[in-house]
Design a binder for this molecule. Structure first.
Ligand SMILES: [Mn+2]
Length: 325
């Protein structure tokens, strides 16, 4: 472990007069849990609570987490010339961070805390631990390396991140560190049941109907050499459910499907198609990187801009580019 870097990051946090924390553009249990645990760390150190920038509304499944009042969608915060430190969590997408920083009149120092293989190391300080099961685990190590014990609230945030990224300690990201850190977080006061609730116990009947359609459409796709399925805008609209309610479908399917590689295709409200890939043996991060996306070796994704999903006569669903007007 690079103890010096963990200490350097804490020093930067102490020194900063106006720090901002940033979650990955796609909010999940790991990016949000890691950032909120850091808010708690500031509190523990007696520093003013920083704001956390999020690109979208926080999904309802995370509404039980502490410090949500520090989150904001107001990107004009980055225009404030007094902002001197930006800490980014669980985000491999340097273009997203650059877009936010474009607003800053004076470029603040950037700390990049992540575990994605495709991370472009865009920070002034990069703490990218590729074999970490979750960014939350890296943040736990940062507490530990600095001789700090997470509060029960920080531990709850970190355990949520760890449970999310390991799909409750079942996917290939699950290693001995995931289990050891989880057990230490429980000793700090985190509750496993609470962390799991946001993963498994909060799906509405309408959302599960859409999951049902996705199960029905599973088929082996000759072009991808993988089992694929898809979710259309119509599925969501017909059942009146939001985007966030189908999050986790690819993790769930790859957990229960008897197949090596599984891709979930999904139409987005922006008129794009998101491809989410899971594999037991293939390095899908390579495919994602080629197509401008990112992720981990066994779990990665990318977006096809200006596209829709169409079912062919052979019963296979494909991504179709929309015609440009
Ligand atoms: Mn993560």
């Amino acid at each position: 472990m690079d103890v010096i870097r963990y200490k350097e990051i804490l020093e930067e946090a102490r020194r900063a007069e106006h720090p901002l924390l940033v979650c990955d553009e796609r909010i999940d249990g790991d990016s949000l849990g890691s950032a909120l645990a850091f808010v708690d760390l500031f509190k523990q150190l007696g520093l003013p609570r920083p704001r956390v920038f999020v690109a979208a509304d926080i999904p309802a499944v995370y509404h039980h987490l502490p410090h949500l009042d520090t989150t904001t969608r107001d990107a004009t915060m980055f225009s404030d010339p007094t902002v001197d430190l930006v800490i980014v969590f669980d985000c491999s997408d340097d273009a997203y961070v650059e877009r936010l920083l474009e607003r800053a009149p004076l470029r603040p120092k950037v700390i990049n805390i992540d575990h994605h293989k495709t991370n472009a190391l865009y920070g002034d300080i990069n703490l990218v631990v590729v074999d970490a099961p979750a960014t939350a685990e890296v943040v736990y190590q940062l507490f530990d390396a600095n001789g700090l014990t997470p509060s029960a609230q920080a531990a709850a945030c970190l355990l949520t991140g760890l449970c999310f990224d390991t799909t409750a300690f079942s996917n290939s990201a699950t290693n001995e560190r995931a289990l050891e850190t989880a057990s230490r977080l429980v000793l700090c006061g985190a509750r496993v049941q609470d962390a799991l609730r946001s993963l498994f116990k909060s799906r509405s009947v309408s959302a599960l109907r859409v999951w049902g359609s996705a199960l029905e459409r599973l088929h082996l796709h000759p072009d991808y050499g993988a089992v694929i399925t898809c979710i259309t805008r119509e599925d969501l609209e017909k059942n009146a459910i939001g985007e966030e309610e189908v999050e986790g479908l690819s993790n769930f399917l790859s957990l229960v499907t008897d197949t090596d590689s599984l891709f979930v295709l999904r139409e987005t409200p922006e008129g794009d198609v998101k491809v989410s890939m899971r594999s037991q043996t293939r390095d899908v991060s390579e495919i994602a990187r080629e197509k401008g996306g990112g992720g981990h070796a066994r779990a990665a994704g990318y977006t096809v801009k200006g596209a829709r999903l169409a079912c062919g006569e052979d019963g296979c669903w494909r991504v179709e580019l929309k015609e440009k007007k």
